[in-house]
Design a protein around this ligand. Structure first.
Ligand code: BG6
Length: 484
């Protein structure tokens, strides 16, 4: 680690995201030695007036389940909790932020008396409506002013705006206060193991290099399913819908990694340059290549209007206008309250020309990357049916992480990404122009949905979603394969 102090400020410390994701991720990093207690202090900031101990008590149950904890584990939790101080204040007045700065400076003066830098990380676990004012307050009161070096960084969560215009406005407001290298736009899908594996898979394997194009690939699906509904988040969700909640950010980031060209190097800017390019190559979405759905019972949530048309399911075909992908549909699909929880990338290859086995009905080669749960990659192949007859059957080459990497703990997405923000690595964060390009793709469609020009068709909770989505998939040329 660098010498000096590291102050991590969790803004919105009493909120859901902080409790469920941010603090647990910090705890895991602490437990593994990435947050040395002589350097690090964590400051929770929120409006609620509570004491340090009250915050610690509230967090305890999210860090460890008491009943299975050993005394040693409980001791680690308690040491971690004692790195946390709480400061209460509002999000739009300087008083609270001055107090916060005072607390941080105190920690820094203890740590940095001789030499060392002051590192200040501000994590926005906040509703986006307060981003501009909070950024202003931090800039005015809390940035690192030490001559000994160090930095100030901010980590912001989606939603970054509701459409192109509002996103650009937010980017400009924050951009006037902080430079792009200080801004970490987090998309937790970029912290998932098999998402991070994508570039390795594509560019370190000779097998895939010549195949990854329109000559060989018939279609690509990127699919997200959840087996629960909006669960008490209806008020938030109804303002956004599934496209803003999942597709425009998480699935589009996955799409970039599947479809982009090879970057010049692994430098974050080189990778992000290629992501921007492929996003800019996406053609306008066609009306007949969109299916929207809403699960029955969604409007029972008292915070959702009775006549809401907000989609909880969407299937959209993206078409990439470049040499590699022209003619290959990318079917991007996401839904809540479906029959299972699963996120997959499915790459389906074309039929074999001049087939002598007449086995095409049996299935095509399909390469499946399961992001979650139970990370896996498998390739559907046609093989000879074992036995005396010469017949073919669909089978799989299967790399299941649980079996292959027994005993390896796959880090949580947030844990990895927060460590990146401390290390100053922006590879797995969304750059401003990337954000803009991704809103450009969906904004026209979103505006029409908001105006009621597209209807969400009802579907049964626990189902596969609307039948229209399966029809769209078939129309896009997907061939159902057997096995798995
Ligand atoms: C969040 C969405 O960004 O991602 C939620 O707001 C969704 O609606 C969640 O449930 C899914 O994340 P994961 O990692 O559980 O797939």
């Amino acid at each position: 680690s660098e010498n000096g102090s590291l102050s991590i400020v969790v803004l919105g410390a009493s909120g859901d995201l902080a409790k469920k994701k941010t603090f647990p991720a910090l705890f895991h990093l602490y437990r593994q030695g990435f947050l040395p207690p002589d350097e690090v202090r964590i400051f929770g900031y929120a409006r609620t007036k509570i004491s340090d101990d009250e915050l610690r008590n509230r967090l305890h149950g999210y860090l460890i389940k008491d009943k299975d904890a050993s005394p040693e584990q409980l001791d680690v939790v308690s040491k971690f909790l004692h790195l946390i101080k709480y400061v209460s204040g509002s999000y739009d007045s300087e008083d609270g932020f001055r107090l916060l700065d005072k607390e941080i400076s105190e920690h820094e003066s203890l740590k940095n008396s001789a030499e060392g830098s002051s590192r200040r990380l501000f994590y926005f676990a906040l509703p986006p409506s307060v981003y501009p004012s909070v950024s202003k307050m931090i800039k005015a009161c809390c940035v690192n002013k030490s001559d000994l070096g160090g930095w100030t960084r901010i980590v912001v969560e989606k939603p970054f705006g509701k459409d192109l215009k509002s996103a650009e406005q937010l980017s400009t407001q924050i951009g006037e206060l902080f430079d792009e290298p200080q801004i970490y736009r987090i998309d937790h899908y970029l912290g998932k193991e098999l998402v991070q594996n994508m570039l390795v898979l594509r560019f370190a394997n000779r097998l895939f290099l010549p195949l990854w194009n329109r000559d060989n690939i018939a279609n690509v699906q990127i699919v997200f399913r959840e087996d629960f509904g909006t669960d008490g988040r209806g008020g938030y969700f109804d303002q956004y819908g599934i496209i803003r909640d999942i597709i425009q950010n998480h699935l589009l980031q996955v799409f970039c990694l599947v479809a982009m060209e090879k970057p010049v190097s692994l430098k974050p800017e080189h990778i992000r340059d290629e992501k921007v390019k492929v996003l800019q190559s996406v053609l306008p979405i066609k009306d007949d290549e969109v299916v929207l759905g809403q699960y029955e019972g969604y409007r029972d949530d008292p915070t959702v209007p009775d006549n809401s048309n907000t989609p909880t399911f969407a299937s959209v075909i993206l078409r990439v206008h470049n040499e590699r992908w022209e003619g290959v549909p990318f079917i991007i699909k996401a839904g809540k309250a479906l029959g299972s929880r699963k996120a997959d990338i499915r790459v389906q290859f074309k039929d074999v020309p001049g087939d002598i086995f007449k086995c095409q009905k049996q299935g095509r080669n399909e390469f499946v990357i399961r992001l979650q749960p139970q990370e896996a990659m498998y390739m559907k192949l046609t093989v000879k049916q074992p036995g005396l007859e010469m017949s073919t059957v669909q089978s799989e080459l299967d790399l299941s992480y649980i079996q292959r990497y027994q005993g390896v703990t796959i880090p949580e997405a947030y844990e990895r990404l927060i460590l990146d923000t401390i290390r100053g690595d922006q590879q797995h964060f969304v750059r401003r122009d990337e954000l803009k390009a991704s809103w450009e793709i969906f904004t026209p469609l979103l505006h029409r949905i908001d105006k009621g020009e597209f209807k969400s068709v009802p579907y049964k909770p626990g189902s596969r979603g609307p039948a229209e989505a399966d029809e769209l998939l078939e129309k896009a040329g997907y061939v159902q394969t057997h096995g798995y």
